[in-house]
Design a protein around this ligand. Structure first.
Ligand code: AHR
Length: 516
């Protein structure tokens, strides 16, 4: 059944949209709380890549752009609103060519290297260990340092950890003090290599597992500053890395497996598809490919549940996000792409999936924080814009450390275009740290609104209040000329005769709190 939908939410222009009425039921099991949604699911990733760090966040203390010890005030301020829980650094592929000693001491004396992975540009090492921790501390975020296994050694990695964490009078600890940091840095997470199956060394899982066992033996810190140790895992739908890592009896310095999952509109590495100017077939193919992240999580979790039934190991999606053909005219090695409403939905779909698997998925890191791939923020000289993805992250802040509530979507129709098909609505629910019941809803249908009835068991509420993110065009974006085309708007839905019905506009994200 189709009806005319006139006005759904203040500020969202959706005149003449059509909606399919009445069939979808969202059943929230408010009586059986699930695991806590770890705030680290909302983690970020900043690599030495293009303008992801240099220009994007780091401008140096001498810059005219307002900064605190070299880090841009405007970017750090905007990121603080996301309550960024952690930042992964320095890569990515870059990590396996990064030698930490290049990035300490007087910046004017640091060596200049070539960033061979990303654009072949000069890397002057202005951002090193001390600068990274300053950023993390300015953001109030935890630090995830990724070690170099590819071109490094056990010795180099263990000395880096000692440099960062030692409290003694060793030469390494004294060197840190001489470089301006008396107390140790708090290293929360430490990764051993990155994408060992590819840019990190083209290893087999078995070879990597042996390397990991050797290196991890020498990764020592004071007990109170022991990071969680992360092994480099598989990619996309792969499971063999999880299998190899979790069966080879690594029972020391091994806390999580890092799995990567990128979304390409075409599903292929070559000819990924454009970031803007796409038709509905690429809207749906992108979002349908995103939802396949749940298949890989389920398969990898099943292996972990078999090999690690006590759930010691985390499954960290420490790189995820959209990856499009590079922006025409940009350096292809800088991974510059535009960011539209489609990216915001892609992010929210990930969040809803991650929440459903919060027992194992205890960290995820979108690629990447600023200017690279699916960024939160894009900068140009002293200006910045907040992308639609930024707004999705900001809307979902109440889910950080919330307690998940199981949800069922009944009679959720398929949304189909050509050969592509996916469930129309995606939903998540949680009890926030504020005690309120929160819903995160996504209507992926690009043209049709949907009506959803909400059942909360014995819990009675007057309605829902929150915000919606939508726009008239599938590829609506914020630009330097028009920075506020896509931004959240207020939304509310009141119960009528005890019945809770929410009308979800086409291509929208809603984050709503129950009103008592
Ligand atoms: O995020 C960009 C790159 O994607 C990372 O450096 C690498 O790990 C992955 O292939």
């Amino acid at each position: 059944m189709k009806k005319k939908l006139l006005a759904l939410a203040a500020g969202v222009s959706l005149s003449a949209a059509t909606w399919a009425a009445g069939e979808i039921r969202l059943v929230v099991d408010t009586a059986t709380p699930g695991p806590v949604i770890h705030r680290n699911i909302y983690g970020q990733f900043a690599e030495h890549l293009g303008t992801g760090i240099y220009e994007g966040i780091w401008v140096g203390p001498e810059s005219k752009i307002p900064n605190v010890r070299g880090w841009r005030k405007d970017v750090v301020g905007a990121l603080k609103n996301l309550q960024v829980p952690l930042v992964r650094w320095p890569g990515g592929c870059f990590a396996d060519e990064y030698h930490w000693r290049d990035g300490i001491g007087a910046r004017s004396k640091r060596p200049v290297r070539v960033n061979t992975h990303w654009g072949g540009v000069a890397e002057d090492n202005a951002v090193g260990t001390h600068e990274f921790f300053d950023l993390a501390e300015q953001l109030g975020a935890e630090a995830y340092v990724n070690g170099n296994l590819g071109t490094g050694s056990a010795q180099e990695m263990s000395e880096w950890l000692a440099y960062m964490t030692a409290e003694d009078k060793s030469t390494l600890a004294e060197a840190r003090r001489k470089n301006g940091r008396d107390k140790p840095f708090r290293v929360h997470y430490f990764g051993v290599g990155n994408e060992a199956w590819g840019c990190g060394g083209n290893m087999t899982p078995e070879f990597y597992v042996n390397q990991y066992r050797q290196v991890a033996t020498f990764l020592k810190t004071p007990e109170k500053n022991r990071p969680l140790f992360i092994a480099s895992g598989g990619n996309d739908q792969d499971t063999q890395w999880t299998e190899a890592l979790s069966t080879k009896n690594i029972n020391f310095n091994f806390d999580a497996i890092a799995h990567h999952y990128y979304t390409f509109p075409s599903g292929k590495w070559e000819g990924k598809g454009p970031a803007v100017g796409f038709a509905e077939d690429q809207w749906i193919s992108t979002l349908a490919n995103t939802l396949k992240v749940e298949e890989t999580i389920i398969k990898n979790k099943a292996i972990l549940d078999k090999n690690d039934p006590n759930k010691k190991l985390g499954l960290y999606l420490d790189e995820w996000g959209s990856w499009y053909d590079p922006e025409p005219g940009s350096n292809p090695g800088f991974l510059v792409q535009r960011n539209t409403l489609r990216d915001a939905l892609l992010a929210a779909l990930h969040f809803n999936v991650f929440h459903a698997h919060a027992d194992r998925v205890r960290m995820s890191n979108i690629a990447q924080m600023v200017n690279v791939l699916q960024a939160m923020i894009q900068t140009s000289k002293d200006k910045l814009i907040l992308t639609p993805t930024y707004h999705a992250f900001e809307m979902y802040v109440p889910f950080q450390d919330a307690t998940s509530l199981p949800v069922k979507l009944l009679s959720n129709p398929s949304y189909s275009v050509g050969a592509h098909s996916m469930p129309t609505v995606s939903a998540t629910a949680a009890r926030g740290k504020d005690g309120r019941l929160w819903l995160g809803l996504v209507n992926s249908n690009a043209t049709q609104a949907q009506e959803l009835t909400v059942e909360l068991g014995s819990e009675t509420v007057k309605g829902f209040k929150g915000r919606i993110l939508s726009a008239a065009a599938m590829d609506a974006e914020n630009s330097f000329k028009a920075p506020e085309q896509v931004k959240p708007q207020p939304f509310e839905a009141a119960a009528v005769n005890g019945q809770l019905t929410i009308k979800l506009p086409a291509k929208s994200i809603l984050v709503l709190a129950a009103e008592r």
